[in-house]
Design a protein around this ligand. Structure first.
Ligand code: ATP
Ligand code: MG
Length: 333
């Protein structure tokens, strides 16, 4: 029953960062040659924790599209679309909400962590919409009958939730939906500049793909290093140094030497940070160049998203027909 369709996406809550680049974007660029690819700009989901800031969501829609195009998503091969313009996804969300209990959502580890991080917004309780965003995400994936979903590690409990909904739906209404699988790359969770286990847009600990040389330099210069290392020739411990951690990603051919020199006290932190800045800039240079091309052509970006959304809806309408038939809601068919 499995097709070769892939769905993945991002919330327009900020520009994309190097966590996305290593954790998700590189995979989707590679997979777009093999799979029929759908890339979702999840504006409805972004509103679940930004309902009081619609302008932020709106502004970031085009940033997300440009970031995807800049890293190599090819609009000829991949369909980039806007979630809020696919009404079938909202409809499916309502149908699926009967198949999930409130306590199951409350136990979802990702939802739990995120609610704890958003105390300031939600206070003592949490909105129905935020608690239910995994149900909405199940609708996103199944509306396209996607068989794989390339994601970062934080998304695994959400994909599991989708799989449960699919199984429940199929067991009640008959075999209709495709059970998707998560696709995890080699770098499934990139840490934040502050040492947090996850770099995140909403966590203020990210290096963005579109950051200027000054911003990148400032962020790297203030990254956390081995606190026990005070003088330049003190031996360092790269295992607890964020600069060494990012060297692992950006300085693959030099990493062995970097760690040996650090441990022997032969390499100062400032020199090490400068080398990292140089390597990050080198990696991001072609991405930023491509991004500038699209920044100068806002009409083209809009066109890509409009066209993608139009094409995406052709698929979701077909899925909705199947779902309504299975649920005996095809009254006038
Ligand atoms: P927010 O803080 O608003 O949730 P985010 O930085 O988590 O933003 P998302 O748009 O939620 O970004 O995630 C888009 C995709 O990128 C998801 O597949 C997610 O798993 C992946 N991703 C996000 N952050 C990381 C990270 N630090 N390492 C690896 N993958 C990541
Ligand atoms: Mg997230």
């Amino acid at each position: 029953m499995n097709n070769k369709r892939m769905l993945t996406g991002d919330r327009p809550t900020g520009k994309l960062h190097i966590g996305h680049y290593f954790g998700s974007l590189q995979n989707r660029v590679k997979l777009q040659d093999e799979y029929e690819t759908y890339i979702l700009v999840a504006d409805v989901q972004a509103l679940t924790d930004n309902f009081n800031n619609p302008e932020k969501v709106k502004q970031n829609v085009k940033e997300i599209v440009m970031d995807n195009l800049a890293v190599g998503i090819n609009p000829e091969k991949s369909t980039i679309y806007l979630q809020s313009m696919i009404p079938e996804v909202a409809e499916l969300t309502v149908f699926y909400s009967n198949l999930v209990t409130v306590s199951r959502l409350q136990r979802n580890p990702t939802v739990k962590t995120e609610i704890a991080q958003k105390r300031e917004l939600f206070g003592e309780s949490v909105t129905y919409g935020f608690l239910g965003y995994p149900v909405n995400q199940a609708a996103d994936i199944t509306a396209f009958e996607a068989s794989i979903v390339p994601v970062g590690e934080d998304q695994l409990p959400l994909i599991e939730q989708t799989r449960e909904i699919v199984r429940k739906f199929n067991s009640i209404y008959g075999d209709t939906l495709i059970e998707p699988e998560a696709y995890l790359g080699e770098n499934k969770r990139i840490k934040g500049l502050d040492g947090n286990e996850k770099m995140g847009k909403s966590l203020g600990n990210a290096i963005y793909l579109a950051d200027s040389e000054d911003e990148i330099s400032r962020k790297v210069m203030s990254a956390v290093t081995d606190p026990a290392r005070i003088k330049k020739d003190d031996p360092g411990n790269p295992d607890i140094c964020m600069v060494a951690y990012y060297h692992n990603l950006f300085s693959k051919s030099e990493i062995k030497n970097i760690c040996e020199e650090c441990k022997a006290g032969k390499r100062g932190c400032v020199a090490c940070k400068k080398q990292l800045i140089k390597n990050i800039l080198k990696e991001l240079q072609p991405i930023q160049e491509k991004r500038r091309y699209y920044e100068q052509r806002p009409e083209l970006v809009k066109e890509i998203l409009m066209e993608g959304t139009k094409n995406a809806r052709k698929i979701t309408k077909q899925t909705m027909e199947k779902v309504k038939k299975a649920m005996k809601l095809d009254y006038f068919a």
